[in-house]
Design a protein around this ligand. Structure first.
Ligand SMILES: Cc1cc2nc3c(=O)[nH]c(=O)nc-3n(C[C@H](O)[C@H](O)[C@H](O)COP(=O)(O)OP(=O)(O)OC[C@H]3O[C@@H](n4cnc5c(N)ncnc54)[C@H](O)[C@@H]3O)c2cc1C
Length: 317
């Protein structure tokens, strides 16, 4: 049994059995591992292992994985680039599914519509749109995630949101069956579409507008410059907190003097107070304690309850 050495004390025998059963069902191209460190799959670079980790090579294999999870009563979690994820130090007791295989990264352009696999990176969606003179995708360029993550989060920037462009999605339900839904059937809000907590996004059709390629590139360049001026480089998950109604989380945190506040290897950015950065050696517990410290200060001094935008998953160590 390969337990990867550390961290998989809980359920490791079961994980190895589940992985063996899975390998017996899926094709050789599908990656199945036990005790996979999730820190390596998140931009915050902290967090413990997944008991079982799968990169399905096809929709059929994804369906087989979900069916096995159902049979075994195992929790599953689908992840994209991990750029909005905080995995706790104990890791995830169940199956983590990452749609990193090229089968999920297809981008097809027809007229002003782009059909994008949910594993496609947003910057590649923008690049494809720009190459075909399709405007509206410029805000996606600087968001370091996938289409699947952008649908779950209704990711947005520079005044535009993912759902502004969305026409329809294909998805897989927890029983492994494929369905399709137009945007009107999906309830999306600021930084969220909870439909995707129970359904895996497979692909999405977005519609832009015909535009001048030079203007599209110039707009994206402007957005890039804005980001460089206002956002820090280094391991983070972007904005940690949602903006509360009528206020900016970053401004509130800054006003309370919390820039550079630190717990262990996690600290609030000097450049943007809604960003928490990590140093090598940081733990998820450091990040979580810093999040709590900020929430406590904002609650007691401003009477505002900050909600995290970052998705927090997994178990304490
Ligand atoms: C430097 C930096 C800048 C950022 N700037 C922005 C910004 O301007 N605007 C913004 O909105 N966000 C921003 N983010 C956050 C993040 O990039 C977005 O939320 C992005 O959409 C997450 O995509 P992901 O693939 O990384 O998703 P992940 O972090 O892997 O997952 C996020 C959520 O989506 C779910 N999910 C992922 N794939 C699927 C799927 N196929 N089906 C169903 N659910 C799925 C996961 O279960 C999880 O709940 C930033 C992050 C960083 C690090």
């Amino acid at each position: 049994m390969n337990t990867g050495g550390t961290g998989c004390a809980v359920g490791s025998n079961r994980a190895a059995e589940v992985a063996a059963r899975l390998r017996g069902r899926v094709c050789a191209d599908t990656v199945v591992r036990v005790c996979e460190p999730l820190a390596a799959h998140t931009t915050l670079r902290v967090g413990g292992p997944a008991d079982v980790y799968v990169e399905p090579a096809s929709e059929q294999d994804l369906s087989l994985v979900l069916k096995l999870c159902r049979e075994e009563g195992l929790p599953w979690l689908v992840i994209g680039r991990g750029s909005n994820l905080l995995v706790k130090d104990g890791g995830f007791r169940g199956v983590v599914i990452r749609l990193a295989h090229k089968a999920f990264a297809r981008i097809e352009v027809v007229g002003t519509e782009l059909e994008c696999g949910s594993g496609a990176m947003l910057k590649d969606v923008f690049a494809a749109a720009a190459a075909h003179g399709i405007a509206g995708f410029e805000f996606m360029d600087g968001i370091p995630g996938t289409v699947g993550g952008a649908l779950r989060m209704n990711a947005g920037a520079m005044g535009a949101w993912t759902f502004d462009l969305l026409e329809r999605v294909r998805y897989m339900d927890a029983a492994g069956a494929v369905g399709e839904a137009p945007r009107a059937q999906l309830a999306a809000e600021y930084r969220g579409c909870t439909f995707f907590d129970e359904h895996v996004a497979l692909s999405a059709v977005f519609r832009g507008t015909a535009g001048d390629p030079a203007q599209i590139t110039a707009r994206a360049q402007l957005f890039r410059q804005k980001r460089q001026l206002t956002q820090p480089a280094g391991p983070s998950a972007g904005c940690v907190f949602k903006n509360p109604p009528g206020a900016h989380a970053g401004k509130l945190i800054d006003e309370l003097g919390l820039k550079r506040a630190r717990v262990g290897g996690a600290f609030v950015s000097e450049k943007h107070a809604n960003f928490i950065l990590t140093e090598p050696g940081a733990t998820a517990a450091d990040v979580l304690r810093l999040i709590e410290l900020i929430r406590e200060r904002v609650r007691t001094e401003r009477g505002i309850e900050l909600e995290t935008e970052v998705r927090i998953v997994g178990e304490e160590r």
